[in-house]
Structures are given as C-alpha cells and as structure tokens.
Design a protein around this ligand. Structure first.
Ligand SMILES: NC(=O)c1ccc[n+]([C@@H]2O[C@H](COP(=O)([O-])OP(=O)(O)OC[C@H]3O[C@@H](n4cnc5c(N)ncnc54)[C@H](OP(=O)(O)O)[C@@H]3O)[C@@H](O)[C@H]2O)c1
Length: 194
C-alpha cells in the first residue's frame, strides 16, 4: 500500500496560510539549512520552477512520485501561467469546475475522488503520494491520510486557513520523528494509528 502523506507548511497555531491561504509570511524560514533538508530528504516537494531556480531540477524523487492538490492550490500556479507545476511527479488536481486539464501532465479528478485516491494508494510498488493541500482537499481526504509531515515555522497567525477544512473529529497519530532547525522551524512526522 502506498501512503497518502499530507506534507504541509503551517504556523505554530496550525494555519497553512492567512485567511486566503497565502503562506508568504513563512517563506523567509526556508533558509540555507532548511533548503538543504528539503534537497536531501524531500526534493520532489519543491515545484519545478523552484527546483530550476535553485539548480536541483535533476535530483531523484525520494519519498513521493505522485502529487494531488485541490483546484485552488493549483490556481496559484495557473496564475503564474504554470500549468505543470510538479513536472517530476504524476500530477492530479481535484476539481469539479476546471473541465479539461490545462496540461497533458495533469489529470483532473472531477468525480469519485475518494475511490481514485484509494486506487492510487493500492497500486503496486512506486513511491508514496504527496497530498499538497489545500485545506478543503485535506478535509475531504482526511480519512485516507496515513502520514503527516508538518513543517511548523515560528510564526503565529491568530487567524487563517486551517490545516483541515473539515468538521470536528478526533484522529490519533503516533510521532515518528522530529527535526528542529536553527531558525526555529520544526518538522514533525506522524503516522496514523489505524
Ligand atoms: N501552507 C502550505 O504548505 C500550503 C500548501 C498547499 C496550499 N496552500 C494554500 O491553500 C490555499 C487553497 O486551499 P483551499 O482549501 O482554499 O482549496 P484547495 O483544497 O486547494 O482546493 C479546493 C478545491 O478542490 C476541489 N475539490 C475539493 N474536494 C473535491 C472533491 N471531493 N471532488 C472534486 N474536487 C474537489 C474543488 O475545486 P472546484 O471548485 O474546481 O470544484 C475545491 O474548490 C491556497 O491559497 C494555497 O496557497 C498552502
């Protein structure tokens, strides 16, 4: 079984961005030490333009070979005229409104999201699946999430977009690892208790 991993940047108080989802206040914490960590452990979680700009577009995928994101998250790339933001991964975008995909590299999932994700998880071999967000998609896929990788930056938003756009529920996770960085960022990994 391939894992569905929600790999997400958030504030200390659990927001993935401001009320509109803008996460720019966290970007300055992606400094040299943090980039080194991403490059070594999770190079595939950087977008194609980001990898190119940093000169590591040729790095092999380590943890993930597939990405799924919600249409609003994909819109962030589309607004920059980027139709294939993670060209090094198999890309899926959940959307009932987009219709035809803007790129042959991106498959749109309009119906049967849960079934499609379960099929992807059940595929033989391969690496895991990177659930990129945003909040609403993570809420929809909450029960299918097997692992959390939470990049917490030392900022408090007070209000904003929550990690999960879903109703109240309690799900238990086991701490798998913690790594802290000189600038105060902390990356925690949690495995779901099933
Ligand atoms: N901090 C971080 O690491 C991080 C990571 C990713 C994203 N973000 C931020 O998150 C924000 C977007 O989050 P969001 O919660 O507003 O939106 P989102 O989850 O990215 O996308 C929501 C959209 O996904 C589609 N969708 C959701 N459930 C579906 C289903 N069951 N079947 C088919 N389509 C489905 C719908 O698209 P249609 O309306 O087209 O039907 C829905 O409007 C962005 O601002 C982005 O910057 C932050």
């Amino acid at each position: 079984m391939r894992k569905l991993t929600y790999f997400i940047a958030c504030s200390v108080d659990g927001f993935i961005g401001d009320v509109n989802g803008d996460a720019a206040a966290m970007f300055p914490y992606v400094d040299e030490e943090f980039l080194d960590f991403l490059k070594t452990d999770h190079p595939e979680t950087m977008s194609t333009p980001g990898r190119r700009a940093l000169g590591f577009d040729d790095l092999e995928n380590k943890r993930f070979d597939t990405i799924i994101q919600g249409r609003a998250s994909y819109d962030v790339a589309l607004k920059e005229d980027i139709t294939s933001p993670y060209a090094h991964l198999r890309q899926y975008v959940a959307s009932r409104t987009l219709g035809e995909s803007p790129s042959p590299d991106v498959e749109i999932i309009a119906d049967g999201l849960l079934d499609r994700v379960r099929e992807l998880k059940a595929e033989d071999g391969g690496l895991d699946i990177y659930l990129c967000g945003g909040s609403r998609l993570a809420g929809e896929l909450f029960d299918e999430i097997d692992e959390l990788v939470i990049k917490t930056y030392p900022v408090v938003y007070g209000a904003g977009m929550p990690m999960f756009g879903a109703g109240f529920d309690v799900a238990r996770f086991t701490l798998g690892g913690v790594r802290s960085f000189g600038n105060g960022a902390v990356v925690r990994t949690y495995d779901r208790e099933r």
